[in-house]
Design a protein around this ligand. Structure first.
Ligand SMILES: *[C@@H]1O[C@H](CO)[C@@H](O)[C@H](O)[C@H]1NC(C)=O
Ligand SMILES: *[C@@H]1O[C@H](CO)[C@@H](O)[C@H](O)[C@H]1NC(C)=O
Ligand SMILES: *[C@@H]1O[C@H](CO)[C@@H](O)[C@H](O)[C@H]1NC(C)=O
Ligand SMILES: *[C@H]1O[C@H](CO)[C@@H](O)[C@H](O)[C@H]1NC(C)=O
Length: 455
C-alpha cells in the first residue's frame, strides 16, 4: 500500500506538551492539531490528563479545593493521572508507531516540564512545548463560558457554582504557574501563543514536522463563523452518467443555481441576512454557473477545488469503465482512498492539493464553497473527523446546502435541501449502477446530520 507521510521522510517523532492555565483554549488547539495531522495521514493522538484524572477520582467530589497545591490527596490523584497519561503515550509511540503525541495538561511549573523533557529524550522523541498564554480578561471569560458548558467536571452542576469554582481553580494554578520564557527556556523547542495569536514567540523549531504544526497553529483564529458547502447543480454529464469533463448545468441544475441565494438567506437567518459571504468555486463551468446568481461581490476560483481527475476514464460512464478496465474498477472499489485513475488522481492526491485550502479556510471567516463530490468529501472529512476508509463513500447529495458551524469541541452540521430533483450520482461498492439503496445501510456516512425542512 502506498504510504505518504512526511514523518517517513524524516523519521521524526514529536511530543507536543501543552502548557498554560485552565481556560486558555489548550484542549481546543490540541484537538485541532490531531484532526489536521490525521487528515494528512500522520498518526497522531491526544492524551488528555483531565480525562485520566476523572477516571481515577471521578467527578463527584471535584471542586476547586482539589486543585490546591496544598491538597495532598488531590495532588496524589493528579500525579497519578499524569503518570498514566505519559505511560500510555509512550506505549502508543512504540507499539502503534505514533508520530505526534499531544500531552494535554497544565504543565504549569518548570520542574514538571523537566520530567517530561527527560522522558522524551530517553525515548528519542522530540519534545515541543506549546503554551497558550492569555491575559486578556474578555478572551478568558469567553473561554470559561465554553469550558463550563462543555466540561465533564461540571455536568449536573449549577451554573453560578461552576463559574466561581472554575475561577478558584484557575487561581490555584496561577500561584505556581511559570510561563515559558526566552531566557530560562532558551534551549527548549517551544511555541508561545500570546492572546490567541496577537503575538507568537517561536524558539528552536527544528524539524519540518514541527514547522508544519507551527504554521497550522499560526493560522487558527477563534472568531465565530460558518462555512457553507454545496456541490454544483446537476450537470449535463450527470444526466448521461459520465464522469469528469467540463459540461454545462442541466435545466434542473440551473434551477438549483437560481434557488441557491434563497437557501443561503434561509440558512443565515433573519438577523444575519445582510452578512456578506465570500464565494469559492473551482475553475470548472458547472461550479461557476451554480454560483452565478449569488449576490456577493467576492468570488474566487481555485484550481485546487477542481474535481478529482479521472485521467483516461474522464468522460466515461461507470459502466464503460467496468467493461473497459475491469481490474481498475475493482481496485478502486477495494481501496477507493488510495486508488489512482490511470493518468489521474486518487482521494489521497486531492487531500494533498486541498491543504492550502484548509489553511486558508482556517484564516477566513464566512465562506461558501461550491465544488465537486470528491473534493467536498475530503473537505467534509477534515471538519467532521471522518476516517479515510469512510470518507470516499460518504453520500453528499446534489441540490443540498450544507452548513458547518465550528464550536469549541465539535462542529454542528445542518443541511437544507432545495426541492429540485436530481439524478443520484452515488455509486455503491461493487456495482456500476448509480443510486443509493434504500434500507438500513443506506449510507455509511455518520449521521450527525439533521436535515432541516425542505424549502
Ligand atoms: C456529475 O457530473 C460531473 C460532470 O459534469 C462529473 O464530474 C461528476 O463526477 C458527476 N458525478 C458523478 C459522481 O457521476
Ligand atoms: C454550454 O453553454 C454555453 C452557453 O450557454 C454554450 O455556448 C455551449 O455550447 C454549451 N456547451 C455545451 C457543451 O453544451
Ligand atoms: C455587503 O456588501 C454590500 C455591497 O457591497 C454592502 O452594501 C453591505 O453593507 C455589506 N454588508 C455588510 C453587513 O457588511
Ligand atoms: C506536565 O507534564 C509532566 C510530565 O512529566 C508532569 O509531570 C506534570 O505534572 C504536568 N503538569 C501538570 C500540572 O499537569
Amino acid at each position: 500500500m502506498p504510504v505518504y507521510s512526511i514523518s517517513h521522510v524524516e523519521n521524526v517523532r514529536v511530543c507536543v506538551v501543552m502548557v498554560g492555565l485552565p481556560a486558555r483554549g489548550k484542549s481546543l488547539i490540541a484537538q485541532k492539531i490531531v484532526r489536521y495531522l490525521s487528515w494528512l495521514s500522520i498518526n497522531s493522538k491526544c492524551f488528555n490528563v483531565g480525562n485520566y484524572r476523572r477516571q481515577l477520582a471521578g467527578t463527584e467530589d471535584i471542586n476547586a479545593a482539589f486543585f490546591d497545591s496544598n491538597n495532598a490527596e488531590g495532588l496524589k490523584y493528579r500525579r497519578e493521572a499524569i503518570d498514566n497519561a505519559v505511560t500510555d503515550m509512550m506505549k502508543w509511540f512504540s507499539d502503534e508507531n505514533g508520530v505526534v503525541g499531544i500531552l494535554d495538561a497544565t504543565n504549569s511549573t518548570r520542574e514538571r516540564r523537566d520530567r517530561i523533557l527527560k522522558l522524551c529524550r530517553e525515548n528519542l522523541i522530540e519534545p515541543m512545548f506549546l503554551e497558550s498564554f492569555c491575559d486578556d480578561d474578555e478572551l478568558i471569560l469567553q473561554n470559561i463560558l465554553d469550558v463550563k458548558t462543555t466540561s465533564p467536571d461540571y455536568v449536573d452542576k449549577d451554573n453560578e457554582f461552576a463559574t466561581q469554582d472554575f475561577l478558584q481553580r484557575i487561581k490555584f494554578y496561577e500561584e505556581i504557574y511559570e510561563t515559558m520564557d526566552q531566557a530560562t527556556d532558551s534551549d527548549l523547542t517551544f511555541i508561545k501563543l500570546v492572546n490567541v495569536n496577537s503575538q507568537i514567540i517561536l524558539n528552536r523549531i527544528e524539524s519540518y514536522l514541527e514547522s508544519r504544526i507551527v504554521y497550522y497553529v499560526m493560522n487558527l483564529h477563534i472568531k465565530p463563523r460558518c462555512i457553507w458547502l454545496s456541490r454544483h447543480g446537476e450537470s449535463e454529464y450527470n444526466l448521461t452518467g459520465q464522469i469528469g469533463g467540463d459540461s454545462n448545468l442541466s435545466d434542473r441544475g440551473m434551477r438549483y443555481a437560481k434557488k441557491l441565494p434563497d437557501l443561503v438567506l434561509k440558512s443565515l437567518g433573519e438577523e444575519n441576512k445582510h452578512t456578506n459571504l465570500t464565494v469559492w468555486t473551482s475553475t470548472l463551468k458547472r461550479t461557476q454557473q451554480t454560483a452565478s446568481f449569488l449576490p456577493y461581490k467576492k468570488k474566487l476560483q481555485w484550481k485546487a477545488l477542481d474535481e478529482l481527475d479521472a485521467g483516461e476514464c474522464d468522460g466515461m460512464t461507470y459502466e464503460e469503465i467496468e467493461n473497459k478496465f475491469p481490474e481498475d474498477f475493482k481496485a478502486r472499489d477495494d481501496d477507493k482512498y488510495e486508488y489512482r485513475y490511470k493518468g489521474g488522481e486518487s482521494y489521497r492526491d486531492i487531500v494533498i492539493r486541498l491543504e492550502p485550502i484548509i489553511m486558508e479556510l482556517e484564516r477566513q471567516e464566512n465562506i461558501l464553497i461550491i465544488t465537486h463530490q470528491a473534493v467536498l468529501r475530503c473537505l467534509y472529512a477534515y471538519f467532521m473527523n471522518v476516517p479515510q476508509e469512510e470518507s470516499p463513500w460518504m453520500s453528499i447529495p446534489l441540490h443540498t446546502l450544507i452548513k458547518l458551524e465550528p464550536r469549541a469541541y465539535s462542529t454542528l452540521v445542518s443541511r437544507i435541501k432545495a426541492d429540485i430533483p436530481a439524478v443520484s450520482t452515488y455509486k455503491e461498492k461493487g456495482t456500476s449502477q448509480l443510486g443509493e439503496a434504500s434500507g438500513p445501510n443506506i449510507s455509511k456516512s455518520r449521521d450527525l446530520i439533521k436535515d432541516s425542512d425542505v424549502v
